[in-house]
Design a binder for this molecule. Sequence first.
Ligand code: MN
Length: 135
Amino acid sequence: MTRAPRVLVVEDNEANQLLTRYVLELDGFELEVAGSAAEAREKLEHMVPDLILMDIQLPGQDGLSFTTDLKRASETAAIPVVALTAHAMRVHEEQAIAAGCAGFISKPINTKTFGEQVRTFLSGARPADGAAAVR
Ligand code: MN
């Protein structure tokens, strides 16, 4: 059996942190949560996640600027980053792709399909409804 996929969630909203952890751990993922870009940088010195879920609006450095930094650094460039974007914010989705994200998942998350959406970004397969990736 292969090991559980490791996901780093960068999200400042505590309710969203708890929900994301609950849903993904139930689905067999291993979760690390950071509340800011600074906290995520610290965690990334000790772990290499299989995927990063990135909130856009964060205290301090925003998620898109942080993603651009991660894509420029050789240690983290290969880790897929998936933006968590508020519904109806198409501009955020376009900005997420421009910043180097592999795609995005709309918030609020659909708890029934979230794990599957995240998995499609791990496997490189085409994402399910509610998510999109660069083709
Ligand atoms: Mn936020």
